[in-house]
Each structure stands twice: as structure tokens, then as C-alpha cells.
Ligand binder design. Structure first.
Ligand SMILES: NC(=O)c1ccc[n+]([C@@H]2O[C@H](COP(=O)([O-])OP(=O)(O)OC[C@H]3O[C@@H](n4cnc5c(N)ncnc54)[C@H](OP(=O)(O)O)[C@@H]3O)[C@@H](O)[C@H]2O)c1
Length: 269
């Protein structure tokens, strides 16, 4: 059974490839513009192409039964038409609501059998606090009360691979809102990073402007956009669900677990 992973060298796609191997998939195709650079695991077949150049997809889609669709809104409509024309029988797509709603609607309207994954904020984004924690054991942030149930990229990938291996167990035409195991305030998230790395991490509220200055070296001009997106959720606490555990049989990673696994980011050598 042939499974195509797009964005296969990206953050999510690459992890999906690994999980599909672990789950015993025997015909994994990985879309990449540069197979030599891609360093894909043995047994994975690189196929040359990029979602941003739909003309490069025809050959990649030939004979594909199931696929992971990485998010690229600019070319989505053409890509969906090509996937339909190639008779792909099931698509798992990274998607979401809010900013991603138009993307989600287009996939809904495509007529393809699909399941969409709408994660909240990625745990990996906590790396933006790494320098502060390393040098001062303190997180300075404007939004202590914003509540999130952050999820790791690996858990998103694990769900995607599970669904691709077991399409009959998935709800087709639905959006799975994937979350981490518990909802925590940003102040609690900072504290839980500390639990994970064995350091007493303090949280100090600062102004939006101070936070922009702290984050600009890491995020450039996206710092203000990022903070405003977080701030907009102050009256909309995210709720945690247990979908990752229900779909995969293993709970999603907690903040502390993720921080422990990535302690090198937060602890000086
Ligand atoms: N709800 C949410 O939070 C949500 C929802 C949907 C999407 N997202 C966003 O989705 C993204 C997922 O990212 P991802 O890291 O998994 O990877 P991706 O953006 O899905 O795929 C990246 C891959 O595309 C290929 N590529 C080829 N030409 C490229 C070009 N000109 N520019 C960029 N990429 C090119 C590269 O592979 P080769 O070099 O091998 O060709 C690269 O590894 C994140 O940015 C995330 O923020 C978030």
C-alpha cells in the first residue's frame, strides 16, 4: 500500500515518515525537491517535487493510495484537483481553524476522503524562551493567564501516521482538534518547563513591547504578530482533550516531558 508524505523533510512530514516506518508501512514515498540532501531513512522512496510547483506532482502522485498533505495554501486548489484526479483514496491534512479556515474549507469541498488535523500551538515554539531560561531562569512574557494545551510536533505526526495506516478507524470529513494532555496558563507552562529540566523557572509578566524586544532576535518581525495572536486568546482558554491517546493508544507529551527531552535547549553547557 503506497503512502505519499509531502513536506517529507519538514518538521511534521519527516516525523510522519519515521512513524510510518515504525508502524510497518512498506511503500513510503517522500516528496522532496532534493533527494540527495533529504537524508531519508533506508527503505523510503524519495520522489522529486514540491507542493508549491503543482506541475512537479503528476509523477509523484501516480499509484499513490494514501497521502499526508502538508499545508501550502497558495497552491492548494490545484493540488487538491490533482490528488482527486490521481484517485488517491485517503488524505490526512495538517490544517486548522482561524487563520487556516479557508484552507480547511477547501479540503472539505474537495470531495476527497480526508481527515484534517488542527493542532493548537506547538510545544516546539517554547524554544523562543530558551535564551531567557538559560541565562536568567526566568520567562518574561505579557500573558500569564492565557491558557493553552500545547502539543508536540511528534504527537501530531504520530496521529497522522496512525490514521494513514488505519483509515477505517478515522472519522472522514472531520477536523481533529489535537491538543496536549492538559491546559495550562503561560505562567504554569514556564513553571512546567522548569519541572522538566530540573530548574526553578520563574515567570515574570512584562509589557508587550518588552516581549517584542526579547523575541525579535529569535522571531524577527514575527514577534509582534506572534504575541498578538497569543494575547487575542486571553478570553478564550484552550481546552485539552485526550484525542491523541484515543487515536494512538499513547497520551500526548506533557510540557514537562517535552522540556526534559529537549533540555539541551534550556540549560547552559
Ligand atoms: N494549526 C497550526 O498550528 C498549523 C496548521 C497548519 C499549518 N501550520 C504550519 O505548518 C507548517 C508545517 O511545517 P513543516 O516544517 O512541517 O514543513 P512544511 O512547510 O509542511 O514543508 C517544508 C518542506 O517543503 C519543502 N520545500 C520545497 N521547496 C520549498 C520552498 N521554496 N519553501 C519552503 N519549503 C520548501 C522542503 O523540503 P525539500 O527541501 O526536501 O524539498 C521543506 O522541508 C508550520 O510552519 C506550521 O506553523 C500550523
Amino acid at each position: 500500500m503506497s503512502i505519499l508524505v509531502t513536506g517529507a523533510t519538514g518538521n511534521i512530514g519527516r516525523r510522519i515518515v519515521d512513524h510510518l516506518i515504525d508502524m510497518g508501512a512498506n511503500d513510503i514515498r517522500a516528496l522532496t525537491t532534493d533527494p540527495a540532501k533529504a537524508k531519508l531513512p533506508d527503505g523510503v522512496r524519495p520522489v522529486v517535487g514540491y507542493l508549491g510547483r503543482p506541475d512537479s506532482l503528476s509523477a509523484a502522485l501516480t499509484g499513490v493510495e494514501r497521502m499526508y498533505l502538508a499545508p501550502l495554501p497558495a497552491t492548494l486548489d490545484t493540488t487538491l484537483r490533482m490528488i482527486k484526479a490521481a484517485d488517491v483514496s485517503y488524505v490526512v491534512a495538517l490544517s486548522g481553524d482561524g487563520h487556516w479556515q479557508a484552507h480547511a474549507d477547501a479540503i472539505d469541498a474537495s470531495g476527497l476522503a480526508n481527515t484534517q488535523l488542527g493542532p493548537g500551538e506547538f510545544l516546539e515554539n517554547l524554544a523562543i524562551w530558551a535564551d531567557q531560561i538559560k541565562s536568567t531562569a526566568t520567562v518574561r512574557d505579557p500573558y500569564p493567564d492565557v491558557v493553552e494545551a500545547m502539543i508536540s510536533m511528534d504527537d501530531i505526526a504520530r496521529v497522522a501516521a496512525t490514521l494513514l495506516m488505519n483509515p477505517d478507524q478515522a472519522r472522514h470529513g472531520q477536523m481533529y482538534e489535537l491538543t496536549g494532555p492538559e491546559a495550562l496558563s503561560r505562567a504554569q507552562i514556564a513553571q512546567q518547563i522548569g519541572v522538566g529540566i530540573g530548574v526553578d523557572v520563574r515567570y515574570e509578566q512584562c509589557t508587550r513591547d518588552e516581549a517584542i524586544e526579547l523575541l525579535r532576535p529569535i522571531m524577527g518581525d514575527n514577534a509582534a504578530w506572534y504575541l498578538d495572536t497569543i494575547g487575542a486568546a486571553v478570553d478564550r482558554p484552550q481546552r485539552a482533550n485526550q484525542l491523541v491517546a484515543e487515536l494512538t493508544g499513547r497520551p500526548a507529551q506533557s510540557v514537562a516531558d517535552w522540556a526534559r527531552q529537549n533540555a539541551a535547549l534550556f540549560v547552559a553547557d
